[in-house]
Design a protein around this ligand. Structure first.
Ligand SMILES: *[C@@H]1O[C@H](CO)[C@@H](O)[C@H](O)[C@H]1NC(C)=O
Ligand SMILES: *[C@@H]1O[C@H](CO)[C@@H](O)[C@H](O)[C@H]1NC(C)=O
Ligand SMILES: *[C@@H]1O[C@H](CO)[C@@H](O)[C@H](O)[C@H]1NC(C)=O
Ligand SMILES: *[C@@H]1O[C@H](CO)[C@@H](O)[C@H](O)[C@H]1NC(C)=O
Ligand SMILES: *[C@@H]1O[C@H](CO)[C@@H](O)[C@H](O)[C@H]1NC(C)=O
Ligand SMILES: *[C@@H]1O[C@H](CO)[C@@H](O)[C@H](O)[C@H]1NC(C)=O
Ligand SMILES: *[C@@H]1O[C@H](CO)[C@@H](O)[C@H](O)[C@H]1NC(C)=O
Ligand SMILES: *[C@@H]1O[C@H](CO)[C@@H](O)[C@H](O)[C@H]1NC(C)=O
Ligand SMILES: *[C@@H]1O[C@H](CO)[C@@H](O)[C@H](O)[C@H]1NC(C)=O
Length: 468
């Protein structure tokens, strides 16, 4: 028997991956929207304790890049959204950006991905949307002229670039984006052998329709739930695969079936507001650990439409970030608290088996909350800012603040916080149905403790249907 082919085969298994291939290393998104986060060097240390092998920044923060020098972490940096319009028409500016943000750190920092903007097509700023692909071309050209050819250029998109995602074989890009943006983007990514970077969160479709989507299916832990795509006959065992294949079929529809997918963000919130469901430590740990297991499986699992393909991923996020606006879930995607301790143990190398982790606290909010919810002033709120928020809330709607006018049932002289709490509850009770939130730049917070006193009754909300 001729042993040479066998020898070559085993040699090729030992050789490092050729530049076109990608390893199963997992990474973490290092978001910095917090005023209480650890230093860059502490953060780099924490990334290593999580056994992350990649890290994604939302900028090119020089302090962080400095801390990443001579580490093994593969790094993704980002061109901020605001610069895209100018860069798209000005090669000098693109060159300058690369010169300032990449040259001082490369190759001591293993910069591997340069992402241009974040979720640009989800904005309603047409000028920036149309600048996206031209800006990517200019950035790539700068990298080429600097001979930084190991660095792939991409751009992370959100799932709302899809117009249809169910069943997966029906995956289609939005018609307004398809021709002008997606086609040139896919062509660029395919030509440069880059990746289609996508932010994919099974949490959101589940939370908006928990009656029809089973929690176990979203958490990748249901053994007995499958969804069959009538278009292809493919069987799905979890929502993540379903969402990834919807993206794949949308790319295929435009003629790019070979383009590789890179999960630019995924995760599950570890805490949320009273009117949000399923945001808890148990679910967050379950989802993230199951995703680690799935994506580090050897040989690679891929997805039903693309079995065996490596799907590299970044988890969102390193920390709970207290300055992110919006509902409480937005501030609770962290693997770590700002003090550096784990929200729950997780090993991104996949070496710890899911069943080896200690039991987690049993969740209490996997069903919608049934009682009344109020919106009151948050602890430690800035009193100056509170005055303006009160005025804003009272300026909305009809008689929102009548009871806190002099002589009203809820009037208390010189009581800004009390009045603002009333105004927030009243505003929220009137406007929640049409998208009003209990946030007010962090000045407001939901409570299930009735703030009413005596004859002064605070308006409240009650969830009417699941998740609504
Ligand atoms: C873009 O260029 C214009 C014209 O040179 C300039 O006024 C503007 O400040 C630039 N925008 C940014 C974000 O740098
Ligand atoms: C292009 O960018 C460079 C560097 O910022 C700037 O000096 C130049 O004026 C810009 N060119 C145009 C046409 O805006
Ligand atoms: C496929 O998507 C279209 C919208 O693009 C929708 O109208 C149609 O119902 C979908 N097909 C199935 C089987 O869900
Ligand atoms: C943005 O561009 C799309 C076409 O791609 C157009 O339909 C839409 O009206 C534009 N929006 C604005 C605000 O100009
Ligand atoms: C995409 O890239 C692959 C590999 O480089 C190439 O074979 C294929 O023709 C490209 N697809 C298109 C539609 O350009
Ligand atoms: C799947 O299994 C779980 C736990 O064993 C059970 O509670 C659930 O009813 C089953 N679901 C279906 C659709 O069979
Ligand atoms: C870190 O913060 C979390 C959440 O506030 C807290 O539960 C934990 O005890 C803190 N750990 C340390 C070591 O201070
Ligand atoms: C409080 O809010 C006011 C007005 O919004 C702002 O000018 C001030 O800097 C804030 N103070 C603190 C301590 O954040
Ligand atoms: C305010 O109330 C009046 C009478 O009840 C009604 O006609 C009007 O539409 C309301 N306006 C708003 C903004 O709700």
């Amino acid at each position: 028997m001729d042993l040479l082919p066998l020898l070559l085969l085993s040699l090729s298994l030992l050789l490092p991956l050729s530049s076109g291939e990608i390893s199963q290393k997992l990474g973490v998104c290092y978001g910095q929207l917090g005023n209480n986060l650890p230093s860059p060097s502490k953060s780099v240390h924490l990334l290593k304790t999580l056994k992350a092998e990649r890290v994604k920044l939302y900028d090119a923060n020089p302090k962080i890049l400095h801390a990443l020098k001579n580490t093994d972490l593969q790094v993704s940096i980002m061109v901020p959204n605001e610069l895209l319009v100018n860069i798209s028409t000005n090669q000098t500016l693109a060159d300058q950006w690369v010169h300032t943000n990449v040259s001082p750190f490369y190759p001591q920092v293993k910069i591997r991905y340069l992402l241009v903007g974040n979720e640009i097509p989800s904005s309603n700023d047409n000028k920036t949307i149309f600048s996206l692909v031209p800006a990517m071309r200019r950035i790539r050209s700068s990298l080429k002229s600097h001979k930084f050819e190991k660095i792939k250029v991409g751009t992370p998109l959100a799932m709302d670039v899809l117009q249809s995602s169910y069943p997966p074989s029906n995956g289609t890009f939005r018609s307004d984006l398809s021709g002008p943006i997606m086609k040139p983007l896919l062509q660029f990514l395919n030509r440069t052998k880059s990746f289609f970077f996508i932010d994919v969160y099974p949490y959101f479709p589940w939370a908006s329709d928990p009656e029809h989507i089973k929690l176990g299916y979203a958490l990748l832990k249901a053994k007995n739930i499958t969804v069959t795509d009538p278009g292809t006959g493919l069987t799905y065992h979890d929502l993540l695969d379903q969402m990834l294949d919807a993206v794949y079929f949308a790319m295929k529809r435009l003629g790019y079936p070979d383009l590789r997918i890179f999960i630019a963000e995924t995760g599950w919130p570890n805490e949320g507001d009273f009117d949000q469901i399923g945001a808890n430590i148990y679910n967050a740990a379950t989802y993230n650990r199951n995703v680690v297991k799935k994506l580090t499986a050897k040989p690679p699992l891929g997805t039903p439409a693309r079995p065996g393909k490596v799907v590299p991923a970044f988890f969102f996020a390193l920390y709970n970030e207290n300055q992110k606006p919006g509902p409480s879930t937005e501030r609770h995607f962290g693997l770590l608290y700002p003090n550096g301790s784990n929200v729950y143990p997780i090993d991104l190398s996949g070496e710890t088996r899911v069943r080896e982790y200690e039991p987690l606290p049993i969740p209490s909010n996997n069903e919608p909350y049934k009682g009344k919810i109020w919106c009151v002033v948050a602890e430690g709120a800035n009193l100056t800012a509170l005055g303006s928020a009160l005025a804003y809330a009272c300026g909305q709607g009809n008689g929102t603040c009548d009871p806190i006018q002099p002589g009203g049932k809820c009037f208390k002289p010189n009581s800004l916080v009390w009045h603002a709490s009333y105004a927030f509850s009243s505003y929220w009770a009137q406007f929640r149905k049409v998208g009003g939130t209990c946030y007010f730049d962090g000045l407001a917070v939901q409570t299930i403790k009735d703030p009413s006193h005596g004859s002064c009754k605070f308006p409240s909300i009650t969830l009417t249907s699941v998740g609504k």
